[in-house]
Design a protein around this ligand. Structure first.
Ligand code: AHM
Ligand code: MG
Length: 339
């Protein structure tokens, strides 16, 4: 007997049926995200074939060089999402300010925050990259989105997820703890995301894997150094027996962590004293997925989902993955700051 084939559209509708009174707007919003993901995936997959590689020469709000595929992904998402009447505004890593919904279109009750193409330094070398998205309810009065609508803690996300453009393209999303985390793999022959990983749970016991840019070791706090020494088996009797894996693409490093377990870290370091990764469209959405799959996400001292950002592009240190490993990281950082 063949297994039942569930497309992402059908899955989203089935999920919505569990919430009587749902307007259908939310399903349509997720559907549009999936469509944008397919368009970006198509372009990423032919990146080596056409002249979409290379840099545009412009610099984005983070001071980084903008690459052509980043521009493409940004445009695709904005164009797929701005006219359907679901959103009151958008926020992107690539734009300094809130992206308003053009006056000619209807507005809606959701805010979309996204990183159109994360890990962009990996584009030109055929290493997996990804898109990250986060959805909040509008909380301010009026038709258009405001800072108040955007600067909400991750715990208030209505949904979040990511797309990884890897050896296959996968979309993973959650509507929060009770909704679980579900993964869909794009079947390029029919152009559909098919349910391949229902109800993802971080495995227990997890793989003994830690993931961090070890080149920054000399610039870490003593607690962070001791934590990694522990994984390397350098703290005497305890610890050791771990492998290190670091791709340098957040979505890919997180995706591996979600499927096999382990700990992903982007800690504070002297050159990134507030951390590198952005709260609203990198840390918070992945934290929601991680927790929905039974994992934890911390900034080293508190849950990432409790952070209330003050600016659209605020950063945070990030520890993501199997619960007891995130707890262990917090313990080492606490002890490091006390000694
Ligand atoms: P980006 O948004 O400019 O692509 O930067 C974020 C990326 C993440 O994908 C990854 O986890 C991190 O930067 C890697 O940084 P580093 O090169 O310092 O290790
Ligand atoms: Mg990014």
């Amino acid at each position: 007997m063949r297994a039942k084939v569930v497309t992402i559209d059908r899955h989203i509708i089935d999920q919505e049926r569990k919430h009587p009174g749902a307007s259908g707007r939310f399903s349509a919003l997720l559907y549009d995200i999936a469509l944008a993901a397919k368009l970006i995936s198509r372009e990423v997959n032919k990146a080596g074939l056409v002249d979409v590689l290379g840099k545009t020469g412009a610099t984005n709000v983070q001071g980084e060089e903008v690459q052509k595929l980043d521009d493409f992904a940004q445009e695709v998402i904005v164009k797929a999402m701005d006219h359907a009447g679901h959103l009151c505004c958008m926020v992107s890593e690539e734009c300094d300010d809130i992206i308003p919904i053009p006056g000619k279109f209807e507005t809606g009750n959701y805010v979309l925050l996204f990183d159109p193409l994360d890990g962009s330094s990996n584009i030109g070398v055929n290493v997996s990259i990804g898109t990250i998205f986060s959805i909040h309810h509008k909380v301010s009065p009026g038709r258009h989105g405001t800072l108040e609508d955007c600067l909400q803690p991750g715990s208030r996300q209505v949904a979040a997820g990511y797309i990884v453009y890897g050896s296959s393209t996968m979309l993973v999303y959650t509507t929060g703890k009770d909704g679980g985390a579900h993964g869909f793999t794009l079947d390029p022959s029919i152009g559909e995301f098919l349910l391949s990983h229902p109800n993802i749970r971080l495995p227990e016991p997890p793989a003994r894997i830690y993931s961090v840019n070890e080149a920054y070791y000399p610039r870490w706090s003593p607690g962070q150094q001791r934590l990694v020494d522990h994984f390397r088996g350098m703290n005497g009797e305890s610890g050791g027996g771990y492998k290190s894996r670091y791709i340098g693409s957040l979505v890919s490093d997180f995706h591996r962590t979600l499927l096999v377990g382990g700990l992903f870290m982007y800690p504070l370091e002297k050159r990134a004293p507030a951390g590198k990764l952005r709260i609203l469209y990198e840390a918070a959405p992945l934290a929601l997925v991680c927790e929905a799959a039974g994992g934890r996400a911390s900034d080293g001292a508190r849950d990432v989902l409790d952070i209330v950002p003050k600016g659209l592009h605020d950063r945070t240190p990030l520890f993501l993955g199997s619960r007891h490993l995130v707890d262990l990281a917090e313990q080492y950082l606490r002890e490091g700051s006390e000694s």
